[in-house]
Design a protein around this ligand. Structure first.
Ligand code: MIG
Length: 716
């Protein structure tokens, strides 16, 4: 083992000869001999780390995963998996995010930079033992220190590089479904949003826009006027966002297939022939995203759709998901033929069943193909978790080449830390279950810790049928996630805002409008999080320090000013909340609601009818919001509302930029600095404006600790 000082808070320990994953951008130079602290180490064919957790230690992290914000009490596997059944007994989902923090008497963060399977037993086998098994002997392990959990996260986010920034329109509402089948269907969907006065910025196209599920092709039958429709809808403020799958259909005369074969861009099997798997298009080859040339080639393919007016994409099936492989199905037939020669009994019946069920996403398949990397041929299994990451990278680098100063929307299903620099993620195939609403809430801060700030779940649930109440409550959470997309599976009930009754439509419309009103705040907080290597959505315990707060997993901080406490159970007209300090409760029915109440520190029950949700403004903080519009382009925001809860002094920096270019990277942005001070009966509001800000006027509402309301109009 060698050790490297990355900076004063981070040490890297190098075991064996790790594969370069490119997840970390600062790896340390000065070599020195630093003790490997905290863990008992076991080195062999695998690396094992053991730690005795104190009774009250909390383990945060592991990104996109099931269970709670505190990961204790279960066993997790870091291995990107296409499993649409996110049940509590699962061990992995689509992402592999190997960062966690132990928060107890000892506080430290750990990032394991290793591209294949890692098992985290967090007090599952033995209640107080944390045992980590890295399936290999070559890995980089980073130990990250900091005074507080929040600082540890920031110190980690600094070494993995700044997060992806989408265009501002990607903070609007996105409607999706598998699938809106034709261009007429898409166009009338958009018109319906406009006619019903429901804001919307994007429509996702799922598989059926393609010709036979072929990437970068278009169905002549269903989307004969693709470009015309895309451009027409864009002029109405709505972007079309097509899906791209990892698998490339094997079909003669299909250019992507032929170019891939000709240039050796696909992953290969043990005989060095292109590996054959089956997914939606039928038989496919997988682009070798671990190969620089293949990545470059695939990335440029996005151009054909960009040339038709497309500005955003979602990348799917990139774990990669495999329904079956050619080898796998042949083995299965062989096994079944063999079973057929004997008389069927219960044992052989179950064997038969397992043969069929074992066909998809099988480890044999993941071990059965290879990548041609800069460092030679590598078995897929050994770098499995990098595949989706490198598909995201391929797309992002393609965009960069196609239009280097333009921001594109991009979100992926599979991911690995490092991919956060290139795109966002959505959390895959959840279900329209109340259980998945609370899971969504708990996953958001864990994903944020791992750098994926642009993220969100399928609002209202992907699988199974949503009911109106769940649809409302889910929207009340999702408006606080940067990626706010409603998506559902084929065969399920429609769940567009107007797919229900009048009451539900009106309620969801008000929720979406609130989202649009709060875009100035959300965007400002998003950009500040990116620029300062911080999280956007945090557990309360990252900002407040009391015994009770560390157990709260159903309230979240969104940016620096507000706390949310969504209702996540059916048939409830309220919920308990715990306040670590006095806060201002804004009970929202509409963005124009004026229902304010100072709530005291401690345990409280808050009534929240189905058409109401809670925004808590923290003490000495302010929340800035404007007027909604049909889409983000139409947001005016010359007049902004400032809702401040002030005990003595509050200060807020409202960040803004052009929302479309990458000039923010050069510091191009505006900042509106608002300071409010209260002294006895006197209040002072000071506004400083820098940069090219469009804001002309602020309608300030100050609510004092005693609940006194002061309003003032301030010219900027
Ligand atoms: O095997 O493209 O997670 O969002 O609608 C299913 C169809 C493939 C999985 C994605 C989902 C998408 C669906 N895809």
């Amino acid at each position: 083992m060698k050790s490297y000082i990355v900076n004063k808070n981070v040490v890297r320990y190098e075991f064996g000869k790790p594969i370069e994953t490119y997840s970390v951008i600062e790896k340390g130079v000065s070599e020195s001999d630093i003790e490997f602290k905290y863990f008992q180490l076991n080195l062999g064919e695998e690396i094992k780390l053991k730690y005795n957790m104190g009774k009250k230690d909390i383990v945060y992290g592991l990104g996109e995963n099931i269970r709670g914000i505190n990961k204790r009490g279960w066993i997790y596997e870091s291995f990107c998996t296409d499993d649409p059944n996110h049940a509590p007994d699962k061990k992995s989902l689509y992402g592999a995010h190997n960062f966690f923090i132990v928060d107890g008497e000892k506080k430290f963060g750990v990032y394991i930079d290793f591209p294949s399977k890692i098992i985290y037993d967090v007090g599952y086998e033995k209640k107080d033992k944390l045992e980590i098994t890295i399936e290999g002997k070559d890995a980089d392990i980073y130990i990250i220190n900091g005074e507080t959990v929040k600082e540890i996260v920031q110190n980690f986010l600094k070494i993995i590089g700044k997060g992806y920034v989408p265009p501002k329109w990607a903070f609007g509402y996105i409607q999706s479904r598998w699938s809106y089948p034709t261009e007429e269907a898409v166009e009338s969907l958009v018109n319906e949003f406009i006619e019903r006065d429901i804001p919307c910025d994007g429509i996702c196209l799922d598989l059926d826009y393609m010709d036979n599920y072929k990437d970068f092709s278009l169905s002549d039958e269903r989307f004969p006027n693709f470009e015309e429709v895309t451009r027409r809808l864009k002029s109405k403020g709505v972007k079309i966002i097509p899906i791209i799958d990892a698998g490339v259909k094997i079909e003669d005369e299909y250019d992507i297939y032929e170019e891939g074969i000709e240039n050796d861009y696909f992953v290969i099997d043990k005989d060095r022939k292109p590996f054959v798997a089956a997914v939606w298009p039928g038989k496919v080859h997988f682009p070798d995203f671990l190969n620089k040339d293949a990545r470059k080639w695939f990335g440029k393919k996005y151009k054909c759709l960009i040339d038709k007016g497309i500005e955003g994409f979602w990348n799917d099936m990139n774990e990669p998901a495999i329904f079956y492989s050619e080898n796998g199905i042949n083995d299965a037939y062989r096994n079944i033929d063999e079973l057929r020669t004997k008389e069927l009994n219960i044992d052989s019946f179950f064997k038969f069943k397992d043969v069929v069920l074992g066909l998809s996403n099988s480890m044999n398949d993941y071990k059965g193909f290879y990548h041609k990397t800069e460092n030679g041929i590598v078995n897929h299994y050994d770098i499995h978790n990098l595949y989706g990451f490198n598909m995201t990278k391929a797309a992002a680098e393609g965009f960069e080449e196609i239009d280097s100063n333009k921001r594109f929307l991009l979100f992926s299903r599979a991911s690995f830390i490092g991919a956060h620099r290139y795109g966002g993620i959505w959390t895959g195939d959840n279900c329209s279950w109340w259980e998945h609403l609370i899971l969504n809430m708990k996953m958001l801060p864990s994903i944020n810790m791992c750098g994926f700030i642009y993220s969100g779940a399928d609002t209202c649930g992907f699988g199974s049928n949503v009911d109106p109440e769940l649809a409302i409550r889910w929207n009340q959470l999702s408006i606080f996630a940067p990626l706010y997309r409603n998506h559902s599976s084929m065969g399920t009930r429609n769940q567009e805002p107007f797919a229900f009754d009048e009451y539900t439509e009106k309620t969801i419309k008000n929720i979406i409008k609130f989202r649009y009103a709060m875009i100035p705040y959300l965007y400002s907080e998003y950009m500040k999080a990116i620029n300062s290597s911080d999280m956007l959505i945090k557990p309360l315990s990252f900002e407040y320090n009391d015994e009770f707060v560390s157990q709260i997993e159903d309230q979240l901080l969104v940016g620096d000013s507000i706390m949310i406490a969504p209702v996540y159970e059916p048939n409830k007209s309220g919920r308990y909340v715990y306040l670590p300090e006095d806060m201002l409760l804004w009970k929202v029915k509409k963005y124009t609601s004026k229902d304010f109440d100072v709530i005291n520190k401690g345990h409280n029950y808050i009534n929240l009818d189905l058409n109401e949700f809670a925004v808590f403004i923290r003490k000495n903080r302010m929340f800035v919001y404007g007027e909604p519009a049909q889409n983000t382009e139409l947001l005016n925001n010359e007049t902004l509302n400032v809702l401040a809860f002030v005990a003595d002094r509050a200060e807020y920096d409202l960040y803004d930029d052009d929302g479309i270019s990458k000039e923010y990277l050069l510091g191009e942005h505006s900042n509106l600095n608002i300071t409010i001070t209260l002294e006895e009966d006197k209040h002072t509001i000071v506004v400083k404006n820098s940069g090219n800000n469009k804001v002309k006027e602020l309608l300030v509402t100050i609510i004092t600790a005693e609940g006194k309301i002061i309003t003032e109009k301030v010219n900027v």
